[in-house]
Design a binder for this molecule. Structure first.
Ligand code: COA
Length: 330
């Protein structure tokens, strides 16, 4: 799917992020699997990540992010009429985490549902919310992207344990005077799905549950380096913009090598690239909003700037969004 936005502008007016308190350094992981800080830093750029405690589920991490996003937008919870929660680690399959959040936050008029598109979930969710608001079905949407991947990791599998972390972000979408979303490109390839999968998570292997993430790292790496570039180029072309016009590049934070490759191929200089994978690892649907939060915090993301976001992940899925920033100051 690819389209440039038309009609009245719709933007992000509020942003909030949250990560669990518990920090696990690479050194800490050495006690669980045969790995080293040196290997992890060299191959991924990750130095530490946050892991939820046993008692913390997705909504515990998402709720504080949502509250900050609403405050930032100057929006009352009761004004939200659409809540989409992008995640692969909901508290449970149902009730959905979005329904639980809508209830806890006080959004009686909100349609609420979870969206599952792997690490691309946040980009898919903002595209959907954009469509709902643009089409007049919703006035103010809250989009949450977050995951607690630590709950579905095999703590004896070094090929996955070292890569992921927990975290969440939330944004408010509504009509704005000018700027806002310019276009989206989204895609999926189920044929490659077996390279990153959770075999026992549904009706296919229900009687033989295997609830840990399985990954073919090399295949996912090849896929990632390809789509991070092609998706970004496609959305820029669709919006008749050039890469030089991008002020801030917010790639999915999976691996510093993937980010560096994409930035180099696209021709985006280092100072425009937001990187926080060193501190959080890959937080799946939380990754892009957490990076937006960092870009606002370090003063790089200001009103009127052109932001390119690109995600990729399980599915396999990928997606890009272009937005002229309209607020959302965390
Ligand atoms: C997983 C990834 C970091 C591995 O890096 P790589 O450079 O491709 O490394 P390889 O898979 O070639 O493995 C090299 C060696 O390191 C070993 N290794 C794997 N994980 C290790 C770890 N945590 N610590 C130490 N050694 C490890 C491998 O077993 C292999 O050993 P061998 O040569 O004896 O077989 C990389 O492939 C990657 O980032 N893939 C994308 C994953 C991703 O982003 N997934 C989420 C998408 S949303």
């Amino acid at each position: 799917m690819i389209a440039s936005a038309n009609g009245r502008p719709i933007g992000i007016t509020g942003l909030g992020v949250h990560v669990p308190d518990r920090v696990f350094t690479n050194k800490d992981l050495e006690q669980f699997v045969d790995t080293t800080d040196e290997w992890i830093v060299e191959r991924t750029g990750i130095r530490e990540r946050r892991f939820a405690t046993e008692d913390e589920a997705l909504t515990d991490i998402a709720r504080p992010a949502a509250i900050v996003a609403l405050e930032d937008a100057g929006t009352l919870p009761s004004e939200i009429d659409l809540l989409i929660c992008a995640t692969v680690t909901p508290d449970m399959l149902f009730p959905t985490s979005s329904a639980l959040l809508a209830d806890e936050l006080g959004m009686p008029d909100a349609a609420a549902y979870d969206l599952l598109a792997g690490c691309t979930g946040f980009v898919y969710a903002i595209a959907q919310a954009y469509g709902m608001v643009a089409g007049g079905l919703a006035k103010k949407a809250l989009v949450v992207g977050g995951d607690v991947l630590s709950k579905i990791l095999d703590w004896e599998d070094r090929s996955t344990l070292v890569l992921f972390g927990d975290g969440a972000g939330a944004v408010v979408l509504e009509r704005v005077e000018q700027g806002g979303f310019l276009g989206f490109e989204l895609g999926a390839d189920g044929g490659g799905g077996e390279h990153l999968w959770l075999p026992g998570s549904g009706s296919r292997k229900f009687e033989d549950p295997d609830s840990f993430v399985k990954m073919n790292g090399r295949e996912v790496f090849k896929f990632a380096t390809r789509v991070m570039v092609s998706s970004a180029e496609a959305v820029l072309a669709e919006c008749e913009l050039t890469v030089d016009e991008v002020d801030v590049y917010v790639p999915h934070q999976a691996n510093k090598r993937i980010i560096d490759h994409a930035a180099r191929k696209l021709g985006i200089p280092e100072e425009k690239v937001v990187v926080n994978v060193d501190r959080y690892g890959n937080t799946s649907s939380g990754s892009i909003p957490l990076a937006l939060g960092d870009a606002v915090a370090d003063g790089r993301l200001r009103d009127g700037e052109l932001v390119l976001m690109t995600g990729m992940g399980a599915g396999l899925t990928w997606g890009s969004a272009l937005i002229e920033w309209t607020g959302g100051n965390g």
